[in-house]
Design a protein around this ligand. Structure first.
Ligand SMILES: [Zn+2]
Length: 341
């Protein structure tokens, strides 16, 4: 008896690509034949595609795309990356096994300390704060006019209600853009520094002074942490959330709680040793301790500001401060800031 003959067509990994239309269908584009073949079926995995195998089985053609999960496509074939419907996209693998510790806040959106380095990173929140307050004023103005008109029986209140809604929407969109920009930048920087695991502080406790602003910020922090986790995953970096309770009060140098430890202008002063440290980096070092690590006292701080088109360094040319950080004029105004503790 003759064995069944199997018909197989092999297509080299850089001679085809997949162009999804939606989750369930799309086109298989065969470059050498100039062919677009419609496919149906869900793609599960994300990764670098291998040799395409087209088989005739029971009178029907089936295409098999082997995927190396987590691997980038060949340079000759940038489209050779298959995006799965369910799996998270993973573009990179960690370069090292270093740990990063993040305090999240308003003056410094991210204050980052490391276990392997005496460099710290500050991503300033000043532009985001300015944007937030600018829209807050807009929203308040439209709201006031709208209410006045409505209370006095003017139909034009509807117009101001539309302005108000637009301003609420714009504020959200602008903040979202800034946060996502900062997160992208941070994730890439951490990957470049050989980080494979991140610990971030999150305020779990219910606040006593739960003003509107507090809730707004905590709401954003929850989002930021979720987004950060997603972007870090693209780099194969794990994100852990640590209860930040007490991390801003405790001294990361002597482990005591100094009554007046957190002083003005973003500095924490250790009363035992006299060492001054950036207050948010102090908190980041305490997050490290909570996670069971030690982060050296930073000798160098790299500061960045978030702009509409990326994070920009604001530290002097070399990006270095030789000693334990000194106060910079840019940090003033801490007193006027919303507290979320
Ligand atoms: Zn101390």
């Amino acid at each position: 008896m003759l064995g069944k003959r199997e018909l197989r067509i092999l297509v080299r990994n850089d001679r085809y690509y997949i162009k999804p239309i939606n989750n369930g269908e799309g086109y298989l584009v065969l470059k050498d034949w100039g062919l677009r073949v419609k496919y149906a079926g869900r793609i599960k995995w994300s990764g670098k595609q291998g040799t395409l195998v087209i088989k005739l089985e029971d009178g029907r053609w089936f295409a098999y795309v082997p995927i190396t999960v987590g691997e980038k496509p060949a340079r000759s074939n940038p489209k050779g990356y298959v995006m799965g419907a369910y799996e998270k996209i993973r573009i990179e693998n960690p370069k090292g096994n270093n740990k990063a510790f993040i305090d999240i806040g308003l003056n410094n959106l991210f204050a980052v300390a490391f276990n392997h380095s005496d460099t710290a990173i500050l991503i300033k929140g000043s532009t985001i704060k300015a944007e937030y307050y600018w829209w807050k004023r807009e929203i308040g103005t439209y709201q006031a006019i709208r209410d006045w008109l409505r209370n006095h029986g003017f139909e034009s209140w509807r117009k101001y209600h539309a302005f108000y809604l637009h301003a609420v929407y714009k504020q959200h969109e602008r903040l979202r853009h800034y946060y996502r920009t900062a997160i992208r930048f941070l994730a890439k920087t951490l990957w470049q520094m050989g980080i494979d695991e991140v610990f971030i502080g999150y305020p779990y406790m219910v606040s006593q002074n739960d003003g509107n602003e507090y809730n707004t910020n905590v709401w954003w922090y929850a989002k930021i942490i979720k987004w950060l986790g997603e972007v870090l995953e693209e780099y194969g970096i794990k994100l852990n959330v640590v209860n930040e309770y007490g991390t801003s009060k405790q001294c990361s140098i002597c482990n005591m709680e100094h009554e007046n430890g957190r002083v003005k202008r973003g500095l924490y002063v250790c009363e035992t040793t006299g060492i001054k440290i950036n207050a948010d980096i102090n908190a980041a070092r305490n997050i490290a301790k909570k996670a069971g690590y030690e982060a050296p006292i930073p000798r160098k701080i790299l500061s960045y500001i978030v702009t509409t088109n990326g994070a920009k360094p604001i530290t002097p040319k070399e990006g270095a401060t030789p000693e334990t950080p000194k106060v910079k004029p840019a940090q003033k105004g801490r007193e006027g800031v919303i507290k979320y503790k």
